[in-house]
Structure formats: structure tokens, C-alpha cells
Design a protein around this ligand. Sequence first.
Ligand SMILES: *[C@@H]1O[C@H](CO)[C@@H](O)[C@H](O)[C@H]1NC(C)=O
Ligand SMILES: *[C@@H]1O[C@H](CO)[C@@H](O)[C@H](O)[C@H]1NC(C)=O
Ligand SMILES: *[C@@H]1O[C@H](CO)[C@@H](O)[C@H](O)[C@H]1NC(C)=O
Ligand SMILES: *[C@@H]1O[C@H](CO)[C@@H](O)[C@H](O)[C@H]1NC(C)=O
Ligand SMILES: *[C@@H]1O[C@H](CO)[C@@H](O)[C@H](O)[C@H]1NC(C)=O
Ligand SMILES: *[C@@H]1O[C@H](CO)[C@@H](O)[C@H](O)[C@H]1NC(C)=O
Ligand SMILES: [Ca+2]
Length: 534
Amino acid sequence: MQWPSAIPLAILGGAAVTAAECTVDAFTEILKEHSEATINLVEAVPANGSFGQPETDIPFPYNATSLPPLCAVSINVKSSENSSYNFGLFLPDTTWNERFMTTGNGGFGGGINWPDMGILSQYGFATMSTDTGHSSSAVDGSWGLNSESLIDWAHRAMHGSIVLAKEVVGSYYATSDGIKYSYYAGCSTGGRQGLKEIQLYPDSFDGISVGAPAWWTVHLAANTLQQGLYNVPESDPKHIDPSLFPAIVAEMEKQCDPQDGLVDGIVSDPYGCNFNFEALLCTPTSDAGTCLTPAQLTTIYKFYNPWIDANQTYLFPGISIGTDPSYALGSVSPLGYGLFQYWVYNNSEWDYTKFSLSDVQFADSINPGGATADNFDLSPFMERGGKILKYHGDADSLIPTGSSIYFYKQVLQTLVPKGIDVSDFYRFFLIPGMNHCSGSTVAPWYIASASQSVSGATHSVPGFENAEYDIIMAMMKWVEGGEAPEQLIATKFINDTATLGIQSQRPLCPFPEQAKYITGDPNEADSWECKSLY
Ligand SMILES: *[C@@H]1O[C@H](CO)[C@@H](O)[C@H](O)[C@H]1NC(C)=O
Ligand SMILES: *[C@@H]1O[C@H](CO)[C@@H](O)[C@H](O)[C@H]1NC(C)=O
Ligand SMILES: *[C@@H]1O[C@H](CO)[C@@H](O)[C@H](O)[C@H]1NC(C)=O
Ligand SMILES: *[C@@H]1O[C@H](CO)[C@@H](O)[C@H](O)[C@H]1NC(C)=O
Ligand SMILES: *[C@@H]1O[C@H](CO)[C@@H](O)[C@H](O)[C@H]1NC(C)=O
Ligand SMILES: *[C@@H]1O[C@H](CO)[C@@H](O)[C@H](O)[C@H]1NC(C)=O
Ligand SMILES: [Ca+2]
């Protein structure tokens, strides 16, 4: 099947389908065999309508807007004696594209991701998101004192929601062949959820798009805690006041921006940059407030290098060079110690200042909820024809970019010896300059993935609604058309507002290739080429 490089949206929308009524009665009938399931709500949303639960949905306290006409549904499912989870569905009316799309969550948050569902429903997908079995903000892990809720968050709510949602979607629409393709798009915890699902249940999806996956649950939290502890107490000579952070980033940009071949305000090759840390040291003539003492430099060394503990135990990669340390060094985050307090020691008073390697080893032995997505043998997913598109911002201050590189290399080490060409089903794109899941002041970052949005657009990349620019469409083209993406083009709109026009576009290349500037206007994608550096 030959796919045009621009897939008209009309191809994505299927033939007009008819659907059941958007009423509680209709869904009661659909769910009649499921005593574990209860209907929370069924609401018909008109064209250009808005839907959400802003008063109660803690991580997503705003509505999906500009919606196509659809049926919004929420269902509660009992998962054990002591736990239940909810999932939401957006079921587009006649614009259904005969495909199913699941999206994910962020941090430790519990809530249905109506906003991302809304964006994805614009393509015509029947979309689903689960609250993962609890209601909380992204940094609150206290609900994990209930071990059943922990299992729900780790994988049970996601899988149970997928299975039941597919059944509901199949019954709701009167088509003979049901759901044609099933997809997933999520970032951060959403990235972990997608990887975990295909590791446990390779048949759930035909394709997944996962960003900045928080896949190494225990080590990620341990590292977040460890990084915060590098910079406390404030009385310690090693402490770096946040007012010094801009000077640190500036020195990294000064040295590493040019080393990638183009001075453009973007450190595009943080791993290839030979950064001279000692340039940060104060000299007798330095301006105070722009440089570091030797004690402070050790903090910066630790932060930007892998965490390797006693007996050469590799714990986690460091933050990539050029990344703003404000998030991870600026405070000790509950995303770090919360896991230990509530999920490992079941003690909200556990003193995280005494944290050490033995705590990580104990947490590893518990593996709370079974959340960690570390089964690197992805061959069952490959064998059923599944495709993975993964991406990670090179300036991610929340989840070190290196953890995605580490995962990719672990998959290679598992599958290459079996004679598998990993690029046949798994491609991984670093996004230079992008922070966690989205955003950069100068770099092109927008690829219309989950957890990304720009103002002035309902979905996709306005003016470029095709598989070269839009990761959702790239995934569909790979799965349905058999054509793998050789690159993706990221976009930076002026002020991240689509209606203001394009500031710059640039290719993202499958790891370990990198985009190198060739000639012409650096803001134009075709002035760049993907090159293999290794
Ligand atoms: C859609 O709704 C918004 C907000 O209610 C409104 O400003 C806009 O004019 C509507 N657009 C159309 C095409 O009806
Ligand atoms: C959000 O959607 C809900 C459900 O349709 C609606 O009741 C509410 O008015 C909306 N809120 C806003 C701010 O649009
Ligand atoms: C679940 O509830 C039962 C009965 O209330 C209780 O005995 C048990 O300890 C609870 N389990 C958990 C993990 O909370
Ligand atoms: C390091 O290895 C030694 C020898 O096997 C062992 O006794 C020690 O407990 C290890 N240290 C840690 C922190 O795991
Ligand atoms: C905390 O509870 C979990 C079950 O939720 C259990 O696996 C773990 O061993 C407990 N931790 C301690 C220190 O007792
Ligand atoms: C973009 O935002 C900046 C800062 O808010 C503002 O000064 C500038 O006028 C905006 N540009 C456009 C084209 O709106
Ligand atoms: Ca550069």
C-alpha cells in the first residue's frame, strides 16, 4: 500500500458509521455482562463543545475544548475488595476513524486525561484514559499506602480499562469489522504505561508513541531524591544557590552550543560535547555570583554525571549537559522521597535525609506495584507487528534523557543477539533543546505527541498535518502503510502559537543519528540532514 506523504485527514476518517445512542440506557445494555463496572456518566457533547471534570480531576483541572460531536462516558471498575479505577471515553459520532487510541498520565497523578483525549479525538479516534485508580496531584504518592491502589497505578487499571474500553467501543459502533487498529500515546508516566502494557500484553496495541518514559520507577525516584540531596543542607559548602544556575547553563551553552556544528542557542549533542567543568570555577578576578567553588563544583559533577554507587553499582544516568538544574537541584522533590515513604516503608515520617544505596536495594526487592517497565525483551510485541516510536527531550530536567538511551541500549543488548533488527519495529528520537515532554524557548519541539499542545491548534501540526511532522500520523503510516519514519520534523511556532506562523523546523533523527546543519537557512528543515555519527 502506497501512502502519500501527506495523509489527508479524510483517509483517517472512515466511512460514516452509525452508533448506539449516547444514553445511560444504551451503555447499561452494553455493560450488562460486567458486574464489576458501573456507569459514572454519559453525556452527548455537541460540535465545538467542551468537556471535562475541572472541579474534581486534580491533575487535569481544565476541559477539553473545540471537540468534534462525541459521546463522553465515564465508567468505574472494581479491581479488588479495596480498590477501583475509572476510565473515560470520547466516542466521536460520525467522524469515528474506526481506530482506538489510549492516552496516559503524569507523575503519581490520578485523574482521567480528558484534555489529551480531546486532542486525539480530533483525528477521529475513539479515545480512552484511566485515572489509574486514585485521585491525586502528580507529586502526591500517599494513596500508595493502599497496596491495591499501587497495583492499579502500576498496570492493572490501564490494562483493565483497555480491555473493557475496546469491548465498549466495539459494541457502541455498528460496524462489521469493529476496531481496525489500536494505538497508544503518552509521555512521562504515560511513557511508562505504554511500555509496561506492551511488555505484559503485546496484543493490546498495534503501535505506541511514548515520550520521556518514567520506566525505571524505583531508580528514577531514587535518583530524583539523590539529586535533591546533593544540594542540601544549605549550610554545606557544596550547596549551590539557585541564583547561580543561569551562569552554569550559560557556560554549558557557551562551550557546547558550537560543538554540535552550529551556534543557534541549542545544545544539540549534549553527549558528544566535551565539557570543561573547571571553567565554572571562580578565579581571584571572577565576578561573584557567576562562578563556583571547588566544593560546589563536585555537586555539579555529580549532577551531570551518572550516579554510580558502592561496588560500581550503576543507579541512573545524570542530567544531560545544558539542562537547567532548577527542578532537580532546586528542591528535594516528593516524586523522589514519596515513593520511599508511602510505597516502600509505608511510613510518612521516613527520614529521607538518611537515604542510601541500601534503601534503593530494598525498594528494588519490593518493586512497588510491579510498576517498573524493565522487560527489555520486546520481541513478542515485534512479532505481532507492533511498532514503537519513542522520543525524549535532550534538556529534560525531570527525567534524565540518558534513561531513555539506557533503555534503548538494553533492548539492543537483548534483541541484537537474537538476530533482530530493532529499527524494524522501534525507533527512538532525541529532541534537542526540549524539556520534559514539551517546550523549548528556541528549539523546534512540537511533534503533536501526547502532553503537547500549542495555542491556536486543536491537534496535529497546522499546515503540516502529515506523517512527516505529526508523530501520531507517523505511527499510523508505519503500522498501516508499512513505512517506517526515517526522520520526524519538529516545529517551533512563534510564541508557541500556531496562528502566528512558523519560527523554525528541524528534523529529528532516529538514535544514534543526529541532525547536522548542511547549508541554507537553519530555520528550514531541509537545511539539515540526519547523519550517523557512530
Ligand atoms: C467554538 O466555541 C468557542 C468557545 O465557545 C467560540 O469562541 C467559537 O466561536 C466556536 N467556533 C465555532 C466554529 O463555532
Ligand atoms: C467543562 O465541561 C463540563 C462538562 O461538559 C461542563 O459542565 C462545564 O461547564 C465545562 N466547563 C467549562 C469551564 O467550560
Ligand atoms: C482490604 O480490605 C480488607 C477488608 O476490609 C482488609 O482486611 C485488608 O487488609 C485490606 N487490604 C489492603 C491491602 O488494604
Ligand atoms: C559491596 O560488595 C561487598 C563485597 O561483595 C559487600 O560486602 C558489600 O556489602 C557491598 N556494598 C554495598 C553497599 O552493597
Ligand atoms: C510496605 O507495604 C508493602 C505492601 O504494600 C510491602 O511489600 C512492604 O514490605 C512494606 N514495607 C515494610 C518496610 O514493611
Ligand atoms: C511573542 O511574545 C512576546 C513576549 O510575550 C511579545 O513581546 C511578542 O510581541 C510576541 N510576538 C508576537 C508575534 O505576538
Ligand atoms: Ca548548537
